[in-house]
Design a binder for this molecule. Structure first.
Ligand code: IMP
Ligand code: MG
Length: 180
């Protein structure tokens, strides 16, 4: 039913789960002996977060925040608003921000700066997808699932107009769906 709106499958469920396990192992190696706090940026990263945290064998806490980057259709703007803040204090903790996709970098450059002001012991970024061609603001990425070309993708948490988040794979949306 949802498949009819997908032009091309970019990553299957199997490919995603294999890559998520590899990232989890990298994180495990880097933080051996420590404790991490994973911060999921809602809503897009909720599926990735759920799989990633279960693949990491380390003491770990999770927290969530929600942002909206004002912008219509398929691109964000520089104006970022926090619609839900964290429940926990992050000062002195080793945090990893978990994102679905890094596009212009507007959202994350704002968010990372804001979190740095709260004085965590360290802060790293883990994004499932990266569209490097689209970058407007520089953002340092520590863990990246896949680099992808400039196309609008949905599934595995990623939406168009709040739909398609429940697709178990990642695919390119047919441009006619969003009038592109
Ligand atoms: P940025 O601020 O331009 O980096 O945008 C990041 C946010 O835009 C992501 O967290 C997504 O919510 C959304 N986004 C960017 N590209 C896509 C896409 O291809 N599919 C779905 N959402 C996207
Ligand atoms: Mg997002």
């Amino acid at each position: 039913m949802l498949e009819k709106d997908i032009q091309q499958v970019l990553f299957t469920q199997e490919q995603i789960s294999g890559r998520v396990k590899e990232i989890a192992q990298e994180i495990q190696r880097d933080y051996q002996g420590g404790e991490i706090m994973l911060i999921s940026v809602l809503r897009g990263s909720f599926v990735f977060m759920a799989d990633l945290c279960r693949a990491i064998d380390l003491p770990c806490t999770v927290d969530f925040m929600a942002v909206s980057s004002y912008g219509k259709g398929t691109s964000s703007s520089g104006q970022v608003q926090i619609t839900k803040d964290l429940s926990e204090d992050i000062s002195g903790r080793d945090i990893i921000v978990v994102e679905d996709i890094l596009d212009s970098g507007n959202t994350l450059s704002y968010l990372l700066k804001l979190l740095e002001h709260r004085r965590p012991a360290s802060i790293r970024l883990c994004t499932l997808l990266d569209k490097p061609e689209r970058r407007v603001k520089p953002v340092q990425v520590h863990y990246c699932g896949f680099s992808i070309p400039d196309a609008f993708v949905v599934g595995y948490g990623l939406d168009y107009a709040e739909r398609y988040r429940n697709l178990p794979y990642i695919g390119i949306l047919k441009p006619e769906v969003y009038g592109g």
